[in-house]
Design a protein around this ligand. Structure first.
Ligand SMILES: *Cc1c(COP(=O)(O)O)cnc(C)c1O
Length: 437
């Protein structure tokens, strides 16, 4: 392929992707769609610049406007999360977690977190699994206990595991709450004191639920005992892909230093500008949006359950977040179900169930699927649309209907939901391809 053909082909592929998403039902729990205003900020010159250091103390010239935007961003995030200290420079949730590890641990320290099958993220994984905490930060990762039925951290078992570590002379230095499969608020209040008493810090990974926290509809980790919160800005929070760390003034300096010079040189200033715009939108519309996200998740879970799918945690209303976890073993495996749904323009992802590894299942073909309602909420969908989505999923997964037929109906259904809601200006359609060439 000639250079020019590759060049043209690239734009063609991006445009095909846009068209596909205009016609699909996006149910990936870690994704969302940002507003036209955020996308405008992303295309700005900020993305060509460096601003190493802290606003007002940069080691680069040309930062006067960038500094003002970054200060606005810090101020908005402080308001959204009621946080004393905010560092908006980590460029993603993974980098935010690395900042936390760098600020609060030394290589070799013991850290407790949920295992990956129990909902934990690769960033809190063991060295043996290539996880960031183990392989990059040199931490000795031990697991918080999960109650399989409650889909939440088991307080008593976790206390016992922690006591054992203390008795063995290796008390944890850090405990990370939060996860990637996260339907219910974690029991920080119940465990904060026992961890603090052995000298451990409490981190909270809000990558998934940052928007629900900012919307006041989930838990409030900083008030419940967390020392530090790491987050992504693009999951339930509807900004561009970026990260952030929230904490208390007493730890401001170690966090700042862990971020720079520790973890970032450039900090994706175009994304930072987008985050600032998204935070302003969130301050205005976030509460209403977050409430609708959770209502939609409960509604979709109930609708799927009524259509014969084994949605987990039925006895406690399925979920209190944007996330729904379904045991799909009766209908196939997570990998195959993901594939057939994709062919019908329904985008979800496979997910390990807590007991999958023990039952011999593997990440490529796990027993579960995970669904999230942030993006469909952003597209203006509510209760009745959740029932329509559940019908589409049933037709694929249970009725095994012809995929092209379902796809045709999905495309038709999606025509009415092309605008981004919960923002100041919906001047362009949600997945409109913007050309500036
Ligand atoms: C998604 C996720 C991350 C990583 O966030 P990125 O912004 O993609 O780097 C970290 N922790 C948890 C629990 C996550 O789900």
């Amino acid at each position: 392929m000639s250079a020019h053909t590759s060049y043209n082909r690239t734009f063609q592929l991006i445009q095909e992707h846009h068209r596909w998403f205009q016609e699909s039902i996006p149910l990936i729990a870690s994704e969302n769609v940002s507003s036209p205003a955020v996308r405008e900020a992303l295309a700005s010159d900020f993305g060509h610049r460096y601003a190493e250091g802290w606003p007002g103390e940069r080691v680069y010239a040309g930062c006067s406007f960038i500094d003002q935007v970054e200060l606005l961003c810090i101020d908005l995030m402080k308001k959204l999360f009621n946080a004393e200290f905010v560092d908006v420079r980590p460029i993603s949730g993974v980098v935010a977690n690395l900042v936390v590890y760098t600020a609060f641990t030394e290589p070799g320290d013991v850290m407790m977190a949920l295992s990956i099958p129990c909902g934990g993220h690769i960033t809190t994984g063991k060295k043996r699994l290539g996880g960031t905490a183990g392989a990059v930060s040199g931490l000795d990762v031990r697991y918080l206990a999960l109650d399989y039925k409650e889909l939440n951290i088991d307080v008593d078992k976790t206390k016992k595991r922690m006591k054992k570590l203390v008795d063995e002379g290796t008390p944890p230095k850090l405990a990370i709450f939060g996860a990637s499969v996260f339907p219910f608020p974690h029991p920080i209040r119940e465990l904060a004191e026992v961890f603090h008493n052995v000298g451990a810090r409490i981190g909270y990974d809000a990558a998934h639920v940052a928007g629900l926290i900012a919307g006041g509809t989930f838990q409030d980790p900083l008030r419940e005992g967390a020392d530090v919160v790491s987050l992504s800005t693009h999951k339930t929070l509807f900004g561009p892909q970026h990260g952030g760390v929230l904490s208390w003034n007493k730890d401001a300096n170690i966090i700042k230093r862990a971020t720079f010079p520790g973890m970032v040189s450039n900090h994706h200033l175009h994304a930072l500008a987008g985050v600032t715009v998204a935070c302003a939108e969130f301050l205005e519309f976030g509460e209403q949006y977050a409430q609708q996200v959770i209502m939609n998740a409960k509604e979709l879970a109930q609708a799927l359950y009524e259509r014969g799918l084994k949605v987990l945690a039925e006895h406690k209303g399925f979920t209190e977040s944007h996330i729904i976890l379904v045991d799909i073993t009766k209908q196939g495996d997570g990998g195959k179900i993901e594939e057939v749904l994709e062919k019908a323009n329904i985008i979800i992802n496979r997910n390990l169930l807590p007991w999958d590894i023990k039952e011999g299942r593997h990440f490529m073909h796990p027993g579960g699927i995970r669904l999230g309602t942030s993006e469909v909420t952003r597209l203006g969908m509510k209760k009745s649309e959740m029932h329509e989505i559940a019908d589409f999923i049933k037709r694929v997964v249970i009725d095994k209907e012809d995929l092209n037929k379902v796809k045709k109906d999905v495309v038709e259904f999606r025509k009415d939901y092309q605008d981004v809601h919960y923002c100041f200006e919906d001047t362009a359609e949600a997945y409109k391809y913007v050309k500036i060439r």
